[in-house]
Write a protein that binds this ligand. Structure first.
Ligand SMILES: Cc1ncc(COP(=O)(O)O)c(C=O)c1O
Length: 435
């Protein structure tokens, strides 16, 4: 098995297999279970082929990218101004607070309506989630994720030797199936992750869904208290909270008030301010065990000493910008136009069906074609029509994988590119569609 770095860099020499030659894989310094990760599955063969095409100078439409900075979504100008101003402050170059830049912690706390001592900044949601897992993961426990799921979460669990269980979502609405969540919980379930607005489906979970999940977790905890089983914790990944097209996503903090639960809310600047490369995310700790969690998470945050101070000052400047709500509104309006363009266009292509996304950057296309798996479908679409997508099978496990062949498309590219994509998709379906 080649290492991820090797595959992406395109080196011809496979160093990892060289190490293994003539030895048991377990004798390698590289941990074997880290090698076969799901995130590589997301990037997968379609992505690797697109990298090759890029290298060879073959253009393609990058509909796999969930990175707004690649498209016409610039950061708010005050973000950059805040960074430039920070460069003039000698203290910006000093080690900072391991929990985050204090004025930024205070501003986030004010916006979220919580105490700043329960806010933690990380190098993106990915990093703060990694730290949370490092301090909470207990071998033998399991964590529930929605199917489909953002694949790196499964890899985090794998790294910590924690079982991941995927709960079903309704294939016509992509809302979580509460009965499925209930059926997957046992006494070893430590956490349930909820992601709304959702990657990859674009679903925004209704208030009814959120209330049902919270009520279920609270009922479980009430039973567990009597049996002295550790309580369940809910994690809400709200990284796309500023990207919704109709109704604003529910503020779960209000629903969690006074509940017998511990909860963690994740958010950050990557998507809201179109700066994923600056790596700025945060966690808010809440509920019954927030103090215990704060203590261990603080210890974990001390290990890398602190975050990048200068970028945190930029984030603060952006949050303090009086035009920030307008900036969010404009980004939403632009994205909604692109979503509608895609929905209208796809609706006219026989053999393609799509659940209307209500938020985030994505839509899932179910395509009735001669291809029996989405890897082959995605590769054919890239080779023949030069459209790069992500295979949906990378977001499921074996048990939850639907029969259909589906691809995830990002709706971030310009209208011109999306119109071109619709034309190519139509031509592709005329050739390969089952209808
Ligand atoms: C659902 C979800 N959570 C978390 C992340 C990672 O966020 P960050 O860039 O803050 O690490 C992403 C990135 O695409 C995502 O889609």
């Amino acid at each position: 098995m080649k290492s991820t770095f090797h595959l992406l860099s395109g080196n011809s020499k496979d160093k990892s297999s060289e190490i293994c030659k003539g030895h048991m894989v377990t004798k390698s310094i590289a941990r074997n279970e880290i090698r076969n990760c799901k995130t590589l599955g997301l990037l997968g063969e379609i992505f690797l082929l697109s990298m090759k095409m890029k290298k060879e100078g073959t253009p393609f439409l990058p509909l796999q990218l969930g990175d707004p900075a690649h498209f016409d979504f610039p950061p708010i100008p005050s973000f950059k101004e805040g960074i430039l101003k920070a460069l003039d402050n000698p203290l910006s170059f000093a080690y900072g607070n391991p929990q985050g830049y204090p004025p930024l912690l205070e501003k986030i706390a004010e916006l979220e309506g919580v105490d700043p001592s329960y806010v933690f900044i990380g190098n993106g949601v990915s990093d703060i989630m990694d730290k949370i897992m490092n301090v909470t993961a207990v071998k033998g426990t399991n964590i529930l994720f929605p199917a489909p799921v953002f694949p790196p979460y499964l890899d985090l669990n794998k790294k910590n030797s924690i079982e991941s269980r995927l709960y079903h979502c309704d294939l016509h609405t992509w809302q979580p199936d509460i009965a499925s969540i209930e059926s997957k919980i046992d006494d070893s379930t430590s956490m349930i992750l909820v992601n709304s607005p959702n990657n990859p489906t674009g679903a925004v979970y209704s208030e009814e869904t959120m209330v049902a999940i919270i009520d279920l977790a609270e009922q479980i905890n009430q039973k567990r208290r009597l049996l002295t089983i550790p309580p369940l914790c809910l994690i809400f990944d709200a990284i796309y909270s500023e990207h919704y097209f109709d109704d604003k996503p529910v503020d779960v903090k209000k629903l969690l008030h006074n509940k017998e639960l511990t909860w963690i809310l994740l958010n950050g600047a990557s998507k809201s301010f179109n700066v994923p490369g600056l790596r700025l995310g945060y966690a808010i700790l809440g509920g019954v065990e927030r103090d215990a969690l704060r203590e261990v998470l603080y210890n974990e945050c001390i290990l890398p000493l602190c975050m990048n101070s200068i970028f945190q000052e930029g984030y603060l400047a952006a949050l303090l910008d009086p035009t920030v709500e307008n900036y969010f509104r404009e980004n939403r309006a632009k994205l909604k136009k692109r979503r509608d363009l895609m929905l209208n266009g796809l609706g006219q292509i026989p053999g393609i069906s799509v659940v209307k996304p209500e938020g985030a950057f994505y839509m899932v296309l179910e395509m009735a074609t001669e291809f029996t798996n989405d890897r082959e479908l995605g590769i054919a679409l890239l080779t023949e029509e030069k459209i790069c997508t992500s295979q949906m099978s990378a977001f499921f496990d074996k048990e939850t994988l639907p029969d259909s062949t589906s691809l995830r498309l990002a709706i971030l590219p310009t209208e011109e590119v999306l119109e071109d994509a619709l034309f190519r998709l139509s031509r592709f379906m005329q050739k390969h569609g089952n209808t």
